[in-house]
Design a protein around this ligand. Sequence first.
Ligand code: 48H
Length: 300
Amino acid sequence: MCTRSIKECLTLQCKSLIKHDSSLIGLSVMRNNYDIKLKVNEGEISRIIFNEALKLFTEYSIVDVVVVGAGPSGLTAAYYLAKEGGLKTLVLERNLGVGGGIRGGGMLLPVALVEEEAMEIVREVKCSYSRVAESLYAVNPIELTCKIAAEAISQGAKILTGVYVEDVIYRVEKGKHIIRGVVIQWTPIIECGWHVDPLNIYSKAVIDATGHEAEIVSLVKKKLKLNEISLIGEKSMWASEGERLVVEKTGKLISGLYVAGMAVAEVHGLPRMGPLLGGMLLSGKRVAEIILEDLKRGEL
Ligand code: 48H
């Protein structure tokens, strides 16, 4: 008489079936892949994290370019700086995720529009799109910004989130101000209002890609009292002019300080354009190109 329970008999039968039926061997292999066996203890997990992070922070405390803001313009700039120039590029973002203001598409509808002129970038990062009007394409802004971020990282750029840029490093040479990096703090420290002294990232160039606020330009103007920097303030909606001018006016403000994306509109008093992305992408690409030219000319 069989002393096994029905459940035990069924389990045994299934096991022998998996063993003998070759069509089920794949299934048995798949089952094994779910069987995680962690070979380190909890303390070792922390030690590895500390070591890896320390390597990153040590290597990236001196870089070629700091990009402040991981919105569409900052991410695109980082992608081209790393890809075209092989520059040591660090993106600093105060939020926990990347994508900036465009993550919410148009009024939280998950769609943004890109003009033909910027579609090369969309195609290069292998983002999906659909043609919606003449020379105009619809994209999912989360897919696009995540793909630009992933490609920027693949090209060697680093992105740190939860890091707030609260000041800049500067020098004065022959009466001219030069920006030489940024002063950083963890965002939660800023948010809870504690006074904790910050740390610094030294760089040849800093890009203000902080969007509507133009935070870096505005703090440079205020703290260093630089009259040559204008901060006119963004104008109301005029989509086509906003898109055209934001790319045209992208560039250097003073030695070491560059501006891209919506921050350009804030600085130069340009119209806004709503959920259009062509201007942001091309502004990011253009600022990378300008920095690479300045480097080649020995101006950085
Ligand atoms: C660290 C900071 C700091 C700081 C800000 O707003 P963004 O998406 O900026 P852009 O210029 O790449 O793109 C603008 C676009 O999203 C947009 O808003 C458009 C097209 N609007 C048109 C319209 O009509 O309204 O990203 C800027 C990023 C954000 O993620 C901020 O969190 C970050 O910069 N940031 N990061 N330190 N001090 N200040």
